[in-house]
Unconditional design. Structure first.
Length: 94
């Protein structure tokens, strides 16, 4: 349902203007992309979310980037992402 809404927005949007997603929307889309195996686009979205001032959004982006690293078999990078979560949000639980 959520992606259908984004797709509808994209169809109506002026093709010369980028579609601006909220952090929450970007995280949702990235999560779906990861599950579909589209890691590059998901990583781009997640790196944008890392620039957010929202601690919870940054925490979720780091978690999803850790999932991408695991999918690539890069466990040391995944560990760095997961440990970085504690820097931004020491009380984070997943």
């Amino acid at each position: 349902m959520l992606l259908a809404s984004f797709a509808a927005q994209a169809e109506k949007a002026d093709k010369t203007q980028p579609i601006i997603l909220t952090d929450s929307q970007a995280l949702s889309v990235a999560h779906v992309m990861i599950n579909a195996g589209d890691f590059d686009k998901a990583t781009d979205l997640l790196n944008d979310v890392l620039q957010s001032n929202d601690t919870n959004a940054r925490t979720a982006a780091l978690f999803e980037l850790g999932r991408v690293a695991i999918a690539h078999g890069d466990f040391s990078t995944a560990e760095r992402y997961f440990l970085a979560i504690l820097k931004y949000n020491p009380d984070a639980t997943f």
